[in-house]
Design a protein. Sequence first.
Length: 452
Amino acid sequence: MAGIKNPQWLAQLRQQATSLGTQHVRVGVTGLSRAGKTTFITGLINQLENHQRGLLARRRPFDRLEAVRWQRDGVEQPFAYIEALQALAGEPASWPASTRDLSRVVIDLRFRQTGLLKRLQQTRALRIEILDYPGEWLLDLPLLGLDYGHWCEQMRDWLDAEPRRSLAGALRDELAAIDPLAPQDVGQLQRLTGAWTEFLQRSRSEAGLSRNQPGRFLLPGSGIAADMLLFVPLLSANRHTRGEAGSWWSECEARFRYYRDYVVKGFYDEHFSRLDRQILLVDMLAPMDAGQAALTDLKAALESVLQSFRHGRNSLLSRFWQPRISRLAVCATKVDQVAPAQQRAVQQCLEDLLTDSLSEVRHGGVQVRGFPLAAVRATRQEGDALVAGLQGQSGWVRYQPGGIPEHLPLDLQVAGPELLDLRPPAGLHRNEPFPHYRMDELIGWMVEGHTL
Ligand SMILES: Nc1nc2c(ncn2[C@@H]2O[C@H](COP(=O)(O)OP(=O)(O)OP(=O)(O)O)[C@@H](O)[C@H]2O)c(=O)[nH]1
Ligand SMILES: [Mg+2]
């Protein structure tokens, strides 16, 4: 009878079904610097690890989720989950550190089977794979569609306009004065590269600008020889310039080409190829607070990131979005900084900012959904005010975040919200679900479409 109860063919079939039953979902978390990627990924692992107690428990198929394992062993450059938790759960609590290099997240989920399938296969598995990286690198993707002469022209245009013109100051004149065909001076190139890096830093910190290229000047990451990061835009060069070996042009052009074809392309292939789902995280509130120039730059930056899906060898639509990426989640992040009733308006402003790009993506057959998100909720509502703690201070403040327009005006002139430098809530622990806004909805969306 034992043979009938557990025949060999059934065992074999079970094994096959088990291996067939592991599905993979590669999630592209796309966001500029400080968009909230690392905090989001930390919150995602936390919500999954605590699925039995959080809002996820009430959501299908997570009501059948049996086990969750965040994988560290065997993962190359694993995501620093523990370090991020230590910061968030610390006394006093602080946010995870800004990301300096690429890291990988692998999370295995095991679901209980029900009904007829149960006899063949007791569980089904889903492996979620995500990359984390410094947001600065994303802004290099548009370089894939440019050659060095084009880039020089583009930088000249950008530096002609405020606020970059003032931020660059004398550096702009010096770069414009260089004859691209003259022999290159190594010492001057080193000094100029340093000055360009400082200019990018100031553009980011003083003016809240997003498009700071080359991104690796701000955060090189591992695996790039410093020598290859020595080039600057020659503002008097253009797409027709050609220089002899040893000239400013030929030295800068060769390094630019290496940067584009190995550094940027390598990251592009790793991040964007074989994605199933894409989550675009955008901090909309900080640029609304910083003003029109920051919003204009954010718009251009996000449009170029969405467009750079087209810069691969083949077109975006044939190579990446279809048939694999079938869904794009567009998320305004950190919306806990405003009142719950204002959160949809923040999301609406983001979607207004990206109207053209999003309609193009939708036109390509991709389902787009918006989620106003807070991975870690740092505020609580009391009456019509918010209560939160400030970084570097003890105690609590009560504040009203100011108005958010229902729609973003076309000229991008907004009287932005009042933003404070909030610290994470006290008492976070790895084994309790973090307070959040809509993480459960987003996680549900992420696994939807898989047979679990
Ligand atoms: N209130 C609130 N603030 C958040 C939240 N997520 C992130 N922040 C804030 O945004 C900052 C940046 O978040 P990160 O998660 O480091 O952003 P990132 O996209 O990983 O940034 P880079 O690593 O620099 O590219 C944090 O230091 C916090 O100040 C959130 O859910 N709520
Ligand atoms: Mg990060």
